[in-house]
Write a protein that binds this ligand. Structure first.
Ligand code: 5GP
Length: 192
């Protein structure tokens, strides 16, 4: 049905916008030929997160060694002292399985992928209805301290300014609608 799955689909958004829920829905509740790009990070696992499923959890020295080896397609110090990056081997692994690669990465990382794989990439910016709604979602999630919530909100405000650089903007107000919209955007891109 899909002739060419050597494609990248990037969902970026301020943390707390509901992007991870949308990405999980696409992977688990649709028949779209997608696989998740597992990023590397130096942050510690949260809750039930598993190594090699949610992230490859690396030490800072290992992460830096792999930067020097040229293993990353893109990487960033997303928060001071905390590194995140996409390994080139992830994309090859997923393309070999005849699936398109689905990313849940930050805004600058998403735009970096677009620059490298222009025609093959769909970038979607997931927008929360407001900054206040975003702050409330982060508080309700109870995974970050008050200080960390404010760090994430400050980063979100900077990221919202870059929404117009994306191919598509998806407003996540009513989740059910956002999930349907995401499915349509991805299916259309895979059929193009
Ligand atoms: P979290 O710590 O909440 O899992 O992720 C923090 C931020 O890092 C999120 O915005 C997430 O999308 C981003 N992120 C996750 N993986 C990558 C990656 O491989 N590259 C970049 N640039 N950002 C990433």
């Amino acid at each position: 049905m899909y002739s060419d799955t050597r494609k990248l689909i990037v969902f970026s958004a301020p943390s707390g916008s509901g992007k991870t829920t949308i990405v999980r829905h696409l992977l688990e509740k649709t028949n779209l030929p997608l696989a998740f790009s597992v990023s590397a990070t130096t942050r510690l696992p949260r809750g039930a997160e598993k190594d090699a499923e949610d992230y490859y959890f690396l030490s800072v020295s290992e992460f830096k060694r792999r930067i020097e080896k040229g293993d990353f397609i893109e990487w960033e110090e997303v928060y001071p002292g905390v590194y995140y990056g996409t390994l080139a081997s992830e994309i090859e692994r997923i393309w070999k399985s005849k699936k398109a690669v689905l990313f849940d990465i930050d805004v600058d990382g998403g735009l970096a992928l677009k620059r490298q794989f222009r025609e093959q990439t769909l970038t979607v910016f997931v927008r929360p209805p407001s900054v206040e709604a975003l702050r409330q979602r982060l508080i309700d999630r109870q995974t970050d301290s008050t200080d960390q919530v404010e760090v994430r909100v400050a980063k979100a405000e900077a990221e919202l300014k870059k929404a117009s650089d994306f191919d598509q903007i998806l407003i996540n107000d009513v989740l059910e609608n956002a999930l349907k919209d995401a499915e349509h955007l991805v299916a259309n891109f895979l059929n193009s």
